[in-house]
Design a protein around this ligand. Sequence first.
Ligand code: ZN
Length: 210
Amino acid sequence: MKIYRFLEDGPRPTKIVAVGRNYAEHAKELGNEPPSEPIIFLKPPSALLPHEGTIIRPPQSERVDHEGELAMVIGKRARNVKAASWRDFVKGFTCANDVTARDLQKKDVQFTRGKSFDTFCPIGPCIETDLDPADLSLVTRVNGQIRQNGRTSMMIFPCSTLIEFITGVMSLEPGDVILTGTPAGVGPLQSGDTVEVEIEGIGTLRNHVA
Ligand code: ZN
């Protein structure tokens, strides 16, 4: 089942948990080793942007990148979940763009500023509740040109491991969102661009850039 308008009608997320360097080729392109356990960080709910919304490039940054990602939306309160029962806590899956001010991320050493500007977390266009996320095509296009072309089977840590790892740290509430990491091919967005993240079985998240 596909649920639209989930941002407007569903429970408002209390947090967005994102996973860094979860695809080996992406870790390599930024000069990092693949991690031995998940690297997690937070994006604020104030960064959320719906399908067809406009990403605003902030004046503080000269390098704003797209990161197309599979997102999980939590369906019920989750704390210390074992990997084997991860699916009971996930309502479904959507497309996300972990928009990043790459220059500020590098300058600050940690991720908060570079990942947290308003409009830096587009998600949508719908939640697909009936989907096996193990091996889905994930494509990011800018102005119709393919920039990222990966498969979710290339994740270093799959959804089951991420749910166990994250809920061992913090309780997840209904509506909370987990971004599962981006494949190789991240690159800059310019004003006037249209960026699309398409995931097999879910659909295409489209946003504009200003
Ligand atoms: Zn990311």
